[in-house]
Design a protein around this ligand. Structure first.
Ligand code: TRP
Length: 447
């Protein structure tokens, strides 16, 4: 197998780049807002610590020991029934489906970066009108920006692990972190900061429905990039003798801190200017621009920086969503990296256009069914079904199927006293949590 190696920092930044994405800065604040703040955040944090951390180590382990594409890794590590476990590897290739809508949202962000240089909308109705016009009517503009997202992602993937993914992340991630820290410091000097802290950290239990609970657990997996092979394929390129536990800790800490920081400064800005926190997906595209408008010229600078950070976060994750398929085509179908990256690029590019058309007023009916647009279906299918299911298979594989000694030989010394806890988490806590998420989000159980 011809797998390139990351440098130590290269891996950490790439894995953190995979994790930190639209999920942290766009999705987390709006779902936290929709489900009432504090209690949601607490469930999310507990899941990250008690389940996400353990599953991330497991996913890294499969990649690290497998040293090849996801399907091959399962096949290689399964002690028996290799032919069946290979399908668990296939499950972990579906990340590209997330890209069907992810790339479109990155396109929206490009549009908002440009908009931030000019006049921002002064009121919510005005901002809503601009957003609606763009999403529901501007086909060509959306396709243009989606094309940009496709071109950047595919170029990075064509250049490979070292020259592409590693380099890209080593530049974008530190810049992103600096912008987020800067925004947070700016927000800390505002009066409403205390209110934002209260909103995010004081739980209101009455808001914690079973759906909120499932969404919080599901989001913890999504934001950590678990279950879809991103972390696994990067780990196949880990330098030898890497400490998986420390690497996982780094990734989950970075991911969580960035989500919390983003939530804190966004809510501070919103409260300071009297905007609503529970705005749904339009939070950063509708409420936030009006806040930046109210800030005057400083607002334009902040808006440009904010949407740039969001684009960086999105692009580094986008690359990680497609790389598992690219490596699969290279390993299994003997494709050159160029061919593999370009064909996968065109694949998500095409379905991205369908996702765009499914939201355009005049074509929406053609690309919708069961009351959901294609765009919403992809979001739903990936986060409610594919991601928890593939995550579940990984947990079961590492917890019950792989030879115990093989797992222990890598992790026992790296973990010490935590090892039995980790094993319990991976065998029991993670599967129960993931089955719960699936059943709840599919509408099968509720309480
Ligand atoms: N974690 C990224 C985000 O928060 C998205 C992402 C990248 C992802 N790779 C993934 C989600 C793999 C699930 C699985 O936006």
């Amino acid at each position: 197998m011809k797998i390139a190696h990351f440098s130590r920092w290269g891996f950490l930044m790439a894995a953190a780049g995979a994790a930190v994405g639209l999920g942290n800065i766009w999705k987390f604040p709006y779902v936290a807002g929709q489900y009432g703040g504090g209690a949601f955040v607490l469930v999310y944090l507990l899941t990250v610590v008690f389940v996400g951390f353990s599953v991330m180590i497991a996913e890294m382990l499969i990649g690290y020991l497998g040293r090849r594409d996801g399907v091959g890794a399962f096949e290689h590590l399964a002690p028996r029934h290799k032919n069946k476990w290979k399908y668990a590897g296939f499950m972990a290739l579906f990340g590209t489906l997330v890209m069907f809508y992810y790339s479109v949202v990155i396109g929206w962000i490009f549009h908002y970066i440009l908009m931030s240089f000019g006049t921002l909308p002064a009121s919510v109705p005005e901002a809503e009108a601009i957003y609606d016009q763009f999403i529901k009517h501007d086909i060509w503009e959306q396709i243009l920006f989606h094309t940009m997202a496709f071109l950047i992602t595919t170029t990075v993937l064509v250049r490979g692990i070292k020259g592409g993914i590693e380099k890209f992340n080593l530049v974008l991630m530190p810049t992103l972190i600096l912008i987020i820290i800067g925004m947070l410091i700016y927000a800390m000097n505002m009066e409403s900061f205390a209110k934002a802290v209260e909103y995010m950290f004081v739980p209101d239990w009455t808001k914690l429905t079973s759906e909120a609970f499932a969404v919080a657990v599901g989001h913890a997996f999504f934001t950590l990039s678990l279950g879809m092979g991103s972390i696994m394929i990067y780990s196949a390129s880990l330098p030898k003798e890497s400490n998986l536990v420390r690497a996982s800790l780094f990734v989950i800490t970075t991911d969580t801190l960035i989500a919390l920081a983003a939530g804190l400064f966004l809510f501070t800005f919103l409260f300071q200017y009297g905007a609503q926190p529970a705005k749904g997906p339009g939070l950063v595209f509708i409420s936030l621009p009006t806040v930046f408008h109210a800030m005057g010229n400083v607002g334009n600078v902040l808006a440009v920086l904010f949407f740039m950070a969001l684009a960086f976060a999105g692009l580094t994750s986008a690359v990680s969503l497609v790389e598992p398929m690219v490596q699969y085509l290279i390993d299994r179908w003997n494709m050159s990296r160029f061919k593999a990256a370009v064909s996968m690029g065109l694949f998500f590019y095409f379905f991205g256009i369908i996702a765009i058309l499914s939201q355009i007023e005049s074509t929406s009916a053609l690309f919708s069914c069961g009351g959901k647009t294609f765009f919403d279906w992809m979001d739903y299918l990936t986060s409610a079904v594919l991601l928890p299911f593939a995550g579940l298979l990984m947990a079961v594989f590492v917890g019950f199927i792989m030879e115990k000694e093989r797992v222990a030989s890598v992790l026992k010394t790296q973990m010490g006293w935590f090892y039995p806890i980790w094993r319990f988490n991976i065998r029991f806590v993670a599967p129960v949590a993931l089955v719960f998420v699936m059943l709840n989000l599919m509408g099968i159980i509720e309480f």
